[in-house]
Design a protein. Sequence first.
Length: 343
Amino acid sequence: MKKIEEFNSRKNRKIEHIKFYLKSEHENSTLFEDIYLEHNALPELSFEDINTKTLFLNKKVDYPIMINAITGGTDFSQEINRQLSCIASEFNIPIAVGSQTIALYDEKSRESFKVVRKIMKDGVVIGNLGSTATVEEAKVAIDMIEADALQLHLNVAQELVMNEGDRDFKGILNNIENIVKNINKPLIVKEVGFGISKDVAKRLNDIGVSYIDISGSGGTNFIEIEGIRRDDIDFTDLYSWGIPTALSLIKCIAVNKNLNIIASGGIKSSQDIVKSLCIGASMVGISGEILKRLLEGGYDLAYNYIEGLTHKLKILMLLLGKKDIEELTKTPYKVKGELKELI
Ligand code: FNR
């Protein structure tokens, strides 16, 4: 009986996250506006020369843009995952599912995750669990969707604002080390919108984690989303918490050149994507902006959004005189304003 109640409350929470994401309105800055890229008036390239293909998790993808973790576990989530997978498959870009925790013990909810692999065929599909998962659970989550990698999310700020959230965060690093050493797929450790500091990236790198998704602040804000779910405490004074995405990215890139850094958190525009790649990200993740379009404007609006980003990525590459992603990631950039101060 307790298990059923737990499943139901988890399912309700998933739906509320989406509902309250749409209601959230506080905006922090990613500080990407403080990155300056120089225009090249003599690129000596034609638009057709621009190659946006890249290798990610040992598979070829057409663009360094991914649909990041959002949902799963309910019929509503299944439909969202189905539509997002169709878009990811059309553009041959990676997609991550939302937390699979519910599906570990509730067989009925597995279809809402499996649909992603069915539609993506051989494309890049990434699993997702919380960082307290066991090795056994990690293996089940990977097998469930034949995942190319598993994301483990760090969401301390979110848990602390949730009434029913965790309060004990001891032993997480050891647990991640145990998982990274005992699964046969790459592990991606990710935040959910508050950023990864240089020190945390180093500690993760030291235990063998080679993929970090920084998911910084400037986009989806789980302090606000969870705050709206509560009526006993006003959390508005914490809404500005977090490491801006551009700052987190610059700091984490400096840790180790062999570390693969995924930029996410507040990615909205093609300039955000290009700036992330110039700083050195190997992939750029989007959750909130595509979800908003899908829910408010339907499949076509979400599809057009990604189509526009891919087209403008090519335009910007040409304007920088860079013919492929490898060249793009070596583009010099200047830092100004608040971002410069924080660095
Ligand atoms: C998320 N995110 C998320 N992350 C994760 O690791 N597991 C999850 O289950 C979810 N669930 C989820 C639900 C909803 C409705 C949203 C909008 C987001 C976090 C997401 O992957 C990402 O890290 C942050 O949202 C920051 O990126 P954006 O949204 O600013 O692009």
